[in-house]
Design a protein. Sequence first.
Length: 388
Amino acid sequence: MDMPRTSRRRLLRFGAAAVPLAAFGSVLPVAARAATAADPGAAPLRMPAETDRHIRTYMAWPALSSVWGTGLGAVRRDIAEVAHAISGYEPVVVLARPGQAAEARYQCGRGAYHGIDVVEIPNDDLWIRDFGPTFVVAPGAIAGVDTNFNGWGKTGTPYAQPFANDAAAAGALLYEYGVRRVRAGFTGEGGSLETDGEGTLLATVSSMVNANRNPGTSQDQVEQAMKAALGMDKVIWVPGLAGQDITDCHIDCLARFTAPGRVILDKPGPGTDPKWVAVYEETRKILAGATDARGRSLTITELPGPDRRLIRGGGAEFLSTYTNYYTVNGAVIAPQFGDGYADGVAHAVLQAAYPGLRVVQVAIDGIASGGGGIHCATQSHPAVPPAV
């Protein structure tokens, strides 16, 4: 239940996108109206499982040579390849700065299947999982949660980079598609949030209970804010590791739900820094003793990483985890790194975990060199569940 893009022009007479929701009246789609406080009988909104059906996937065109240096061309080619792969299964929308939209259309538009639409919304980098909206749904309703992106809290550190445009992109994108915007009561990123779609959330303490995002806030306070914004019943916390990468150890590089009660866990490959091996070992121990919101113990499947001595890419920031994959309508879009044996094992493990989906592997050396992966570079717009 999605609002045609052209109808947003009717909203311009109200001025800025921050006009109170009530001012929009019937211009908003039924789904958004159903989620407002004016409808107290509406079902609570909840973050869905990524395997639920999507309307489209959002991506972003990397904008700054000051961030990527001489690697900007390679990372743009990777973004186009990932967009092409996803377009075989669902539509793709790519955010791009107005002055870069033509190049994005040229590179992304070749060979697309369902179509790749480039929308002119200013951005700084490609990590739309983190700065884009996190959607929540209920029967007949949808909204987008703005998680108050602050550049991963890295202002004043060696990881700092421009993020003002990215911080505004969630609101601009929701306005573009006529979806109600909800501002979260916490600061964080979409890569920090992993759910089974049935009220259980996985998160790392290091990326959420951190003074660089939520200063002066206890773990319990952060948890309550996350539950309220995302419709969660339980949060399973794992420690993670702060200060060792730009995200402070996002959960989507470490552990993912494949179905309720079932988790894939990244197992670092040979040559991985011992500190990340320790993160894996601690996470495995916690998940093995955890239960979800419905009281189920978790079945854990390990997803071994590649041998870092054999991968094509390199450098300390290179993200060599297969766990940062992305599920679309009918497929799993996963990385491959050039370690032929490990790439094959990852394909087999993911195929067994998602028997009804096709596993499609894409080389992402440029993206991975920046410390992220396919999941970091994508965000799903879920379909609205049928009204009951």
